[in-house]
Write a protein that binds this ligand. Structure first.
Ligand code: SAM
Length: 240
């Protein structure tokens, strides 16, 4: 759904303030770091957005690939992280040219809702090709069909109250309600998946997944899945 990519490339108001934006990316970076299992790991952040704290993630791994479809965002990532030799910025198309089985950990956080189911399958295929045997995909912030926008509002207000930007969050919610985000959310919509539905979708892509106990980021009503390369029947047989 290219309209969402255009939205994220615009001067949008999805973050209520500079502080909210920084705290958001700080929390995402902390949660991604929690999934890095080795200081040599090659990590891919698929549709990373502004990734303000990517340098922290890069400190915890061997190499960090920031992949982002929005060209304006990508330009800022290139400018911001050019001096960091551990970070590479790529388009999503570039990922198709990368060496297969070269990534230990792929993260796709708060992205699936903006993709059509077919686009998401195509992304899973790209990621599966890139994952090393034993590599993992962490798919975060997946919206569930039975949880409405009210929970998003409550989660944001709790996050804001805890971190001292409640007033900005309330103003932000009001301006979001009147903004093109709201119009786009109503017109184009966001994709939602049930827990077993997403596990089945990942299985169809050749990835064995389970739901994590905690979601990445601040919204406990959304889901995170950890997926691995499914073992071939022969390899699975050897483990018996
Ligand atoms: C809410 S931001 C998430 C950014 C970051 N991963 C995070 O957790 O903060 C959504 C991201 O999805 C990307 N995006 C939107 N629509 C997309 C699509 N159809 N295919 C791939 N990426 C998309 C946007 O460019 C943006 O980077």
């Amino acid at each position: 759904m290219d309209e969402w990519i255009d939205y994220y490339d615009s001067t949008h108001t999805i973050y209520a303030s500079k502080l909210h934006r920084e705290l958001h990316f700080q929390l995402i970076a902390k949660d991604i770091i929690g999934y890095i299992s080795s200081p040599d790991a090659v990590v891919l952040d698929y549709a990373c957005g502004e990734a303000l704290f990517a340098a922290k993630v890069a400190q915890a791994c061997g190499k960090l690939i920031l992949a982002e479809p929005a060209p304006g965002v990508r330009g800022r990532l290139i400018a911001r992280f050019a001096p960091n030799t551990k970070i590479r910025v790529r388009s999503l198309d570039d990922l198709r040219q990368m060496t297969e089985k070269s990534v230990d950990l792929a993260v796709m956080n708060s992205v699936a809702q903006y993709m059509t189911p077919t686009e998401l399958d195509a992304a899973f295929a790209v990621i599966k090709r890139l994952l090393k045997p034993g590599g993992r995909l962490v798919l975060g912030d997946v919206l569930r069909p039975e949880v409405g926008m009210g929970r998003d509002v409550v989660a944001l207000l709790r996050f804001a109250r805890k971190n001292g930007f409640l007033k900005d969050a309330l103003i932000g919610l009001l301006s979001t309600a009147l903004s093109d985000y709201r119009q786009l959310r109503t017109r184009v919509g966001l994709q939602r998946y049930g827990e077993s539905e997403m596990i089945a979708k990942l299985a169809a892509a050749g990835l064995t997944a389970s739901r994590a106990h905690f979601n990445i980021g601040h919204n406990p009503w959304r889901m995170t899945f950890v997926a691995r390369q499914a073992l071939s029947p022969a390899a699975a047989g050897q483990l018996k």
